[in-house]
Ligand binder design. Structure first.
Ligand SMILES: [Zn+2]
Length: 324
């Protein structure tokens, strides 16, 4: 009995010795492999492992450029150029915009609405429809509700959608107080409620809030702050409500001057699902910690279509599970 025990202990000792040997051999092998392998092979192994695990893993790294325009001006129309109209640094020309937009439509970009962004990428409450797989992701937004967007940008999207048989959305962040306001030279004309309805019914406009009167929300508080937020949403719904069965109009906000703070953010969940900044950062889904701090990139007239295209190229492509 004692002998048997001592034999068993001896066998166990041999086995654990063998195990240690094996671990040592494996460790040396991995060490040699890591030492010899060039970084490129390691990167390849990493890429393959991401590919195998499908786009659910890749979705954590999804990058969506959110581009913010203001007015769009036609350089061939003297009424839209100085001295008849003041020039602003945040204007963008119809001619350059057209080059950029054609690139996006031709290169298979999905021009998301703010609700698409929320439902498919932030809240993830719905699966992404299969028709979007293979597309690149981008948001094209316009602040302040200027007439030039309706007059100069929308027709380009309409035309391209026929040529390339692709539909896309413009997110228009509007101040309802200025709808239809056109006071002449120093004040840019604004779109009307009917313009918004027209673009929406054609399937191109996603109509969202930019505050009621474009006040800096961080400089007002209490009732005044709530009025700016609440009235904007209710007026947009008054204008569009009968067309908006899913109550998506005014569900999102872009802050005037890109300015928000804690008091604003505490009030927002009562009225909005997401809030858009102006911080010139590329929006990365996995880095979002606060739905009311979505990054946007501001455009000014000095940015060439090529510069915009290079930003757009940073966008992720939606991949099918099992592919990379
Ligand atoms: Zn604005």
């Amino acid at each position: 009995m004692v002998e048997m025990k001592s034999t068993q202990i001896g066998n166990q000792k041999i086995r654990s010795k063998q195990l240690l040997e094996n671990i040592k051999i494996l460790r040396d092998f991995i060490f040699r492999l890591l030492h010899k392998a060039k970084p490129i092979y390691l990167l390849l192994i990493f890429a393959i492992s991401i590919g195998i695990s499908g786009w659910t893993v890749e979705s954590n790294f999804i990058r969506i450029p959110i581009i913010g325009f203001h007015d769009i001006v036609d350089t061939r129309n003297p009424a839209e150029m100085p001295p008849r109209r003041l020039a602003f640094p945040i204007d963008y020309t119809k001619q350059n915009f057209s080059v950029f937009l054609e690139y996006l439509i031709k290169e298979n970009y999905w021009l998301l609405s703010s609700q698409d962004l929320y439902v498919y990428f932030i809240d993830k409450s719905q699966p992404i429809p299969a028709q979007y797989l293979g597309k690149k992701l981008i948001i094209i937004s316009f602040d302040d509700g200027y007439k030039g967007v309706h007059k100069n940008a929308l027709p380009i999207l309409e035309k391209l959608s026929v040529t390339y048989k692709q539909k896309g959305k413009f997110v228009v962040f509007v101040n309802p107080h200025f709808l239809g306001v056109d006071m002449g030279r120093d004040f840019l004309p604004h779109t009307t409620c009917n313009d918004l309805r027209d673009g929406y019914q054609k399937g191109f406009y996603d109509v969202q809030s930019h505050g009621f009167t474009h006040k800096n929300l961080t400089k007002v508080s209490g009732k005044e702050l709530e009025f700016e937020i609440a009235k904007s949403k209710s007026e947009l719904r008054k204008c569009m409500g009968d067309l908006d069965k899913n109550k998506v109009i005014g569900a999102h906000i872009a802050y005037p001057y890109g300015a928000s703070d804690r008091e604003v953010e505490e009030l927002l969940p009562k009225y909005h699902l997401t809030g858009f900044l102006y911080d010139d950062n590329l929006f990365r889904v996995n880095r979002l910690k606060n739905n009311y701090r979505i990054s946007r990139i501001t455009v000014d007239k000095n940015m060439s279509p090529r510069a915009l295209i290079s930003i757009a190229k940073k966008a992720s492509t939606l991949r099918k599970k099992g592919w990379f």
